[in-house]
Design a protein around this ligand. Structure first.
Ligand code: HEC
Ligand code: HEC
Length: 505
């Protein structure tokens, strides 16, 4: 389960605001709407056309499954979309609020050459063009085989570069800035496009004020992102169950904090609920159908407009990710060593990672990794979230209504591309994971995309990594790299063989 609506809901008309300037804008907006309505019977149709009519996305998005996963709308534009032209000019207006140069690229989004939007950002006309997020924003991996190589993008892989924490804060921080007003935004928008006279009026009096208001409304729900006693999540991490608590069931903020890596979704069908397997890192959810529904609802930020259409999209997504397979390791593999490593794996690892235990929860006491993620969710939260979804008329097995007791022993297919390791991404490479916890790196940089075939993971130190990635300190809250000491006592030769075998998965 994941996600929060990263963006503000659709304009629904003016509402009273405590801020005087907004109130007077609200009045102008009311006036504008009254004028429109005064145009007569055509008024209602006009308003519907300008705010709510939905246009299908172009065929280059919808016809190809990979493109649909990367850029297709899952329906989030309606309530969680940002008006396209506001989205476009924000980084130009507020470069000081970005984590680095390069516009949205500074957030580590996956961006394909020639595309106007990053992977995981969908553009759709709902009255006017809006931008929203889909699953691919967090579930698309990227890597480079060396510093001067072109990036390779893997839809359904984990996005380990995305600084979601900074992205969420950016949108709220922009809205809070006094420079976020109709005069300034219109001046910027007029530099990059020629809107019609009517659209300029609508942007100025309706779309901009409402977008600002909706973004500001999110501030309270994002309060824990601003706590000085919590470290930033760092690239490739998401405090997903807290997002669910604060957005879906609207709980008040508590003291829990447990960001995790983004998981891979490829070959999703391997998870068999009927065999007792559970989804999410701590086994919070019964099955893939439930997780995908909850993830999509998080992105929509509201009940679906049409449940049948929504569940159709959910089934398409499940079919798509189930059919995908992990990409093969892109460097040479020593077949002899890998064969010997397979034997090591069978005796040391398969009992959890290739057996009836795989996909099931291993007790925390047995695996010994950081407990923080478990503390972000509980039985009551599951009951309440299930009630919210049931209240929308959606049936699903849902979240597990029981205390969380440990972490899922995941399937290891494509494990080479799932660095950094453990649920909280606290161990940079597989080589390091096979070292005893006290010998694993205590500080490293996560979110740099050049691959390190020696240690099997991403390059996590050095000047470029420090410039492009975020610092992970295992002593910071939620960052602990303890536990999972399996295999750490093996002779060095066995470890090397095992590492070679893990590349083949
Ligand atoms: C904002 C980032 C983000 C978005 C967007 C997102 N996810 Fe996720 N997803 C996560 C994270 C993080 C987790 C792991 C949460 C945990 O267990 O703590 C996750 C977990 C999952 C899982 C469980 C995987 C497993 O191995 O247990 C599935 C399935 C999944 N997401 C599917 C989707 C689908 C489908 C969408 C789109 C409808 C989506 N996600 C959107 C971040 C995201
Ligand atoms: C007793 C069960 C058990 C054994 C034995 C075991 N693991 Fe694990 N493994 C787990 C659990 C549970 C997790 C999830 C822990 C977490 O994320 O906090 C895990 C996580 C992992 C991960 C991280 C996955 C990711 O997506 O980050 C890797 C890699 C891994 N194990 C490899 C191995 C290897 C290699 C061996 C053998 C040397 C091994 N495991 C032995 C239970 C086990």
């Amino acid at each position: 389960m994941k996600t929060a609506p990263s963006t503000p809901p659709r304009p629904q008309g003016p509402r009273a605001s405590p801020v005087r300037t907004l109130r007077s804008r609200g009045r102008s907006l009311l006036l504008a709407l009254i004028v429109l309505l005064a145009l007569g019977a055509a008024g209602a149709g006009f308003a519907w056309y300008k705010f709510f009519r939905e246009e299908a996305q172009p065929e280059w998005v919808t016809a190809d499954p990979d493109m649909r996963f990367k850029y297709g709308s899952i329906g989030a534009e309606r309530d969680a979309g940002i008006p396209y032209w506001i989205f476009y000019v924000l980084p130009r207006m507020f470069p000081d609020k970005l984590p680095g140069p390069g516009g949205y690229a500074a957030f580590g989004v996956v961006w394909e050459e020639g595309q106007e939007l990053p992977v995981g950002f969908s553009k759709k006309v709902v009255g006017f063009p809006r931008v929203a997020n889909n699953c691919a924003s967090c579930h698309t991996a990227s890597y480079r085989t060396q510093a001067d190589a072109a990036p390779v993008f893997v839809p359904t892989g984990p996005n380990h570069t995305l600084n979601l924490w900074a992205f969420f804060r950016f949108l709220v921080d922009c809205a809070k800035d006094p420079r976020f007003n109709a005069d300034n935004l219109m001046a910027e928008i007029n530099l990059v496009t020629e809107l019609s006279f009517i659209d300029r009026l609508l942007y100025r009096f309706v779309i901009i004020p409402i977008t600002k208001k909706r973004l500001l409304e999110r501030e309270a729900q994002f309060a824990w992102l601003y706590r000085s006693d919590f470290p930033p999540w760092g690239r490739g991490r998401d405090d997903a169950m807290n997002l669910t608590k604060y957005f879906m069931i609207r709980w008040p903020m508590d003291d829990s904090f447990g960001p995790t890596d983004m998981p891979s979704l490829w070959n999703l069908g391997k998870y068999r609920a009927d065999a007792g397997m559970r989804m999410n890192f701590a086994g919070d959810s019964h099955d893939a159908y439930s997780v995908v529904i909850d993830s999509a609802l998080g992105l929509l930020g509201a009940a679906p407009k049409d449940n049948a259409e929504f569940l159709g999209e959910v089934r398409w997504l499940i079919g798509y990710v189930s059919a995908k397979r992990a990409p093969p390791y892109p460097f040479p593999i020593d077949a002899g060593r890998a064969a010997r490593g397979k034997a090591v794996f069978e005796t040391t690892c398969a009992g959890c990672h290739a057996s009836a235990r795989t996909g099931t929860v291993v007790p925390l006491a047995e695996v010994g990794t950081s407990p923080e993620r478990i503390g972000t969710w509980n039985e009551r939260a599951a009951r309440e979230a299930n009630a919210v979804v049931a209240g929308m008329g959606i049936e699903r097995p849902g979240l597990v209504e029981a205390p969380l007791t440990g972490y899922v022993a995941a399937f290891l297919d494509g494990i080479w591309l799932r660095a950094p390791y453990l649920h909280n991404g606290s161990v940079p490479t597989l080589h390091d994971l096979l070292e005893p916890p006290e010998r694993r790196p205590r500080v490293f940089w996560r979110g740099y995309d050049v691959y390190d075939p020696e240690r099997v993971g991403f390059v996590s130190s050095g000047a470029e990594a420090e410039r492009r990635a975020s610092r992970h300190d295992v002593s910071a809250r939620g960052g602990g790299n303890q536990g999972h000491a399996f295999g750490t006592g093996l002779p060095a030769a066995d470890k090397a063989d095992l590492l070679e075998y893990l590349k083949t998965l």
